[in-house]
Design a protein around this ligand. Structure first.
Ligand code: ADP
Ligand code: MG
Length: 684
């Protein structure tokens, strides 16, 4: 069905300002407008006698204008005296049109709704909602909705538009009643109840979203999401991918592993290998806490691809992270006779051209890099597997670009995404329902848990003394500053100044500086010094957030920790505790702490478990930040709340496959109704 503007505009006439405002709110089709729900309600179903309205009370009154005049009291204002049988009050308008002044002439019958207060002119309502009515005009029989709107879109206009869209919208029941959770009204009944609630209903039950009408909308929305993801999964299953079986290379690699895999690593390797053996593209997320050992798992997946005669690409969001991977993979795989190519933004000219040629000829079996890996001029001879680290840092477009690298062969590569930010269960069941998930839920043995301490910035000197003690024992230290050099006006300690201050406070200690503005080669030089242990203290902005692996680092200080997100703090903290020595993470904060800042630091001090951190983060921030690649301007869920509506989510998840099987047309119609405008986005 073509989108219908509500209210309709004839032909190509330019849209009126309110119609444009509706479009801006996304209210295009009748169904969209019908789903634009009230924020709250006002009761205009009964008139309160003027004389009985207490001071401070809000009510609807109806009276006859006995006097109306413009007065100049400080400013120009329209003062209208209203009377009914029980008393009088004044309606005072500070902004008014001449047309309003005319309509409010003596003798006019007026309905006004507002708060009564004792004022300069006696009991008065300042700027009430009002309208002039003909005698005998019936009162509404339902509560009056108040919609989310914008300045250009008056409530009265929006109310009419919604009411007529509700009439026109195709709201017929699509789902077999027997399959719906019990006690839910039909969609039409639900919307009728939400837009025009019966007058005896307590609006609070609607406003807190617990009413069955709300439950129905939430359920429908969650079901649409489940269905569309199931469809995406089914469509992917129709695509062909190369069959990648482990062979002699994998066997040699396994025999030469520098350590024994943990049970969790062995399990996820088996899950991934099973996927790779299938002729359909893998679409799997490998999640595991910081330091749980995802890289070796990716390397084993790569070995299977290469065994089968295909190439593997590994893409990481930052150059430092990509380089860490590159070094590890070269260390593990080069001795087995493989060629590993390295592609990043800073590699240009002849060196880059040579690498690109190796990739195109298939001589480089493994390609590691940043976004540079998906540049147009990079053509793979035979890309069989793409691994994306920290997948939430990449956009949909970039993931699609990686998958398209194989289009020529009409085969899709397998896709392995890795993330250290575990997806909380409710999100895994909803937004990520089409992903297969493997979880490394165990750290390699021999790690001593990191102790996290939270201090006010005033304790700085004691912290610096602690740094000196660590360094004296031959250990290394990170100092992290939340520097945003671009925004001078933000009052943050500048990393350069901190570097100078710490160098002065710790004479004889080699202190380095690493920040985002440095050239890649400079960064690499600093990292090399720190990795070798020649540099003892590294002052850095969040460029070290991911990927740095220096087991000798045993202390991390995070300055202005209150300015970091919880997931980011957890990632940062994971840079220490990589060896057997007991490590400490010190979070310095500056008072006063906001409630969320306090909650974040408390969570950090209380747990090292990335899953628990992710759960608390979801509580503190809501789901938006977890979405990463799936993040779009507008939230995908408008009505349902994953935390609150877990039971409805379960019900939708159970129903979706059955509906697809038994009532595929109803399923398709339901998705169309709810997600037509988002369909493209969901496919990515
Ligand atoms: P992450 O999951 O954060 O990417 P890495 O893959 O970087 O973790 O691994 C963290 C560190 O642990 C690396 O130094 C890696 O070589 C080491 N490691 C990984 N697996 C094991 C294991 N099974 N036993 C011992 N060390 C391991
Ligand atoms: Mg990693």
């Amino acid at each position: 069905m073509p989108p219908t503007a509500a209210p309709k505009t004839p032909g190509n006439a330019p849209l009126s300002a309110p119609a444009r405002a509706m479009k801006k709110l996304g209210l295009l089709r009748d169904i969209d407008t019908a789903l634009h729900l009230p924020l709250r309600y006002v009761d205009e179903t009964r008139i309160t006698p003027i004389g009985t309205l207490r001071d401070g009370a809000t009510g609807l009154v109806q009276g006859t204008v006995v006097d109306s005049r413009v007065e100049q009291r400080g400013r120009r204002q329209l003062v209208v005296r209203l009377a009914d049988d029980s008393g009088e009050l004044v309606m005072r308008l500070l902004h008014f049109y001449p047309s309003q002044q005319k309509a409010l002439a003596a003798g006019a019958l007026v309905r006004a709704r507002g708060e009564v207060r004792a004022g300069f002119f006696g009991r008065e309502m300042v700027h009430p909602e009002f309208r002039v009515v003909a005698p005998g005009t019936p009162l509404p029989t339902t509560l009056t909705p108040v919609y989310p709107s914008s300045a250009a879109l008056p409530q009265a206009y929006l109310r009419k538009a919604v009411a007529s869209a509700l009439q026109r919208a195709p709201l017929e029941e699509l789902l077999p009643a027997a399959l719906l959770p019990p006690g839910l009204p039909s969609l039409r009944e639900a919307l009728q109840a939400l837009h025009h609630p019966a007058k005896d209903l307590d609006p609070a039950t609607l406003e807190d979203h617990s009413h069955p009408a709300w439950q129905r909308l939430k359920f429908d929305e969650l079901l649409a999401q489940q269905l569309s993801q199931a469809q995406a999964q089914a469509e992917r299953a129709k695509l062909a991918a190369p069959v990648l079986r482990p062979g002699p290379l994998t066997a040699k690699f396994e025999a030469a592993l520098p350590f024994a895999l943990t049970a969790a690593q062995r399990r996820v390797v088996a899950e991934i290998q099973a996927d790779l053996r299938r002729p359909q593209p893998m679409h799997r997320l490998l999640q595991g806490d910081v330091g749980s050992g995802k890289t070796i798992v990716a390397a084993l997946a790569a070995a299977a691809a290469i065994d089968a005669g295909w190439q593997c690409a590994l893409m990481a969001p930052t150059e430092i992270l990509a380089e860490q991977h590159f070094r590890k993979l070269v260390g593990w795989l080069q001795p087995l006779g493989l060629t590993v190519a390295w592609l990043t933004g800073s590699r240009k000219g002849k060196a880059r051209a040579a690498m690109v040629a190796q990739v195109a000829r298939g001589e480089a079996q493994l390609v590691v890099g940043t976004h540079a890996v998906i540049q147009d001029d990079v053509a793979f001879a035979k890309l069989g597997l793409a691994v994306v680290d920290e997948q939430h840092r990449f956009g949909v477009a970039q993931r699609l670009a990686l998958r398209r690298k194989l289009e020529a062969q009409s085969l899709e590569p397998h896709l392995l995404m890795m993330s250290a930010t575990p997806i909380p269960r409710t999100l895994a069941m909803s937004y990520f329902a089409d992903l297969d998930v493997s979880t490394i839920d165990e750290l390699p043995p021999g790690r001593t848990p990191i102790v996290t301490k939270v201090f006010e910035d005033g304790k700085r000197d004691a912290v610096i003394a602690r740094i000196a003690a660590e360094v004296a024992q031959g250990r290394q230290v990170y100092w992290v500053c939340p520097l945003v050099e671009e925004s001078e006006h933000i009052d943050l300690q500048n990393a350069t100044a901190t570097h100078a201050a710490l160098s002065a406070a710790l004479p004889g200690t080699v202190v380095g500086l690493l920040h985002g503005r440095m050239k890649a080669a400079e960064k690499a030089a600093v990292m090399a010094l720190f990795t070798r242990g020649d540099m003892k203290l590294l002052v850095a902005t969040t460029v070290i957030e991911v990927g740095v692996d220096v087991p000798n680092a045993s202390l991390m200080v995070v300055e202005h920790a209150e300015r970091f997100g919880l997931a980011q703090l957890h990632q940062l903290r994971g840079r220490v505790g990589r060896g057997a020595v007991a490590s400490v993470c010190v979070l310095l904060y500056t008072s006063p702490l906001s409630p969320t800042g306090k909650a974040r630091l408390k969570a950090m001090a209380e747990t090292n478990d990335g899953f628990e951190i992710a759960r608390r983060d979801l509580d503190i921030r809501g789901p938006g930040e977890f979405m990463g690649a799936r993040q779009s301007g507008d939230a995908l869920l408008r009505f349902a709340d994953l935390a609150e509506d877990a039971p409805l989510l379960e019900a939708a998840r159970t129903l979706a496959p059955r509906l697809l099987r038994e009532h595929p047309q109803a399923a398709a119609a339901h998705v169309e109704r709810w997600l037509a405008s988002k369909a493209e986005f969901l496919k990515a």
